[in-house]
Design a binder for this molecule. Sequence first.
Ligand code: IPM
Ligand code: MN
Length: 362
Amino acid sequence: MKIAVLPGDGIGTEIVAEAVKVLHALDLDFEMETALVGGAAYEAFGHPLPEATLKLAQEADAVLFGAVGDWKFDQLERHLRPEQAILGLRKSLGLFANFRPAICYEQLVGASSLKPELVAGLDILIIRELTGDIYFGQPRGRRTAVDGHFPGAEEAFDTMRYSRPEIERIAHVAFQAARQRSKKVTSVDKANVLETFQFWKDVVTEVHQQYPDVELEHMYVDNAAMQLVKAPKKFDVVVTGNMFGDILSDEASMLTGSIGMLPSASLNAKNQGLYEPSHGSAPDIAGQGVANPLATILSAAMMLRFSLQQPEAADRIESAVQSVLAQGLRTTDIFAPGTTKVGTMEMGDAVVAALGAQQAIT
Ligand code: IPM
Ligand code: MN
């Protein structure tokens, strides 16, 4: 088993180092190889996703990814910006299914911006389609408008599009995931306005016929954004397109108290996957040793479960994380009076110690 480790930029290097430490502590037999990606790769090789990094990712069973991006790259041409690395990896590995769980840990109920009773016990799974939609649709670009409100003016355009197979495969993923949970799927669309999402709704409804045991509801994206803060526990599995999923998953993450706690998995048809925290590179706190490594450590757990067939090891990491939270250890993003503030490395060390303690019991 081979893991490609791509720490990236900003806090990426700090948090990935802790996840790697935790993986080593499991004493499993896998190989890890590290490569540059994002702004770090641009600075070293002139490209955010160098050939060698892409090859390493393609040949690995799984990719452990940190985060990419920094304001200093904002002026670069789009194809050289750090974000293109993650988009390029998604596209070239065919990682169409993005799992973003939003779980509110019991100990962090108070850290949510919503009232405790709204979020206690929250456990939502957002399944975001990741290789289609307006993110990748062609044509796109800039031109002189020939029609619209200002003919002759400079304009920019992107294309929102989904093909039937793209919708079918993500719908299957969602219904199958729902079978492992409470058998309810909410498909989020904008069918009242967009043809792309009327088609989405029609295809999801068709695929649903093969899953009569799962309940399907359709919801417009604006309503979904509202319901997520009004009564988030009404949701279980949410399936949606690339752009709506980007927005709703950030919103859902905040319900849990901290985006610093949320892992994610992006899978292709071969169960090869890229695992990364749901948060970004946070250049404002990079290099200070204060970032929360738990989202990345939990992403490593998802990697063990989905791509490396090591479910027990995944369970062990997840319970070690629960245990450090129960000990009251908190990075600044989840700190509250009465808890103990720790840095990135101390948090990683605490997870390793908690894993060791488990072995002592078993
Ligand atoms: C995410 C990020 C990315 C996205 C960016 C960095 C390209 O926001 O993973 O949610 O928009 O998909
Ligand atoms: Mn995003």
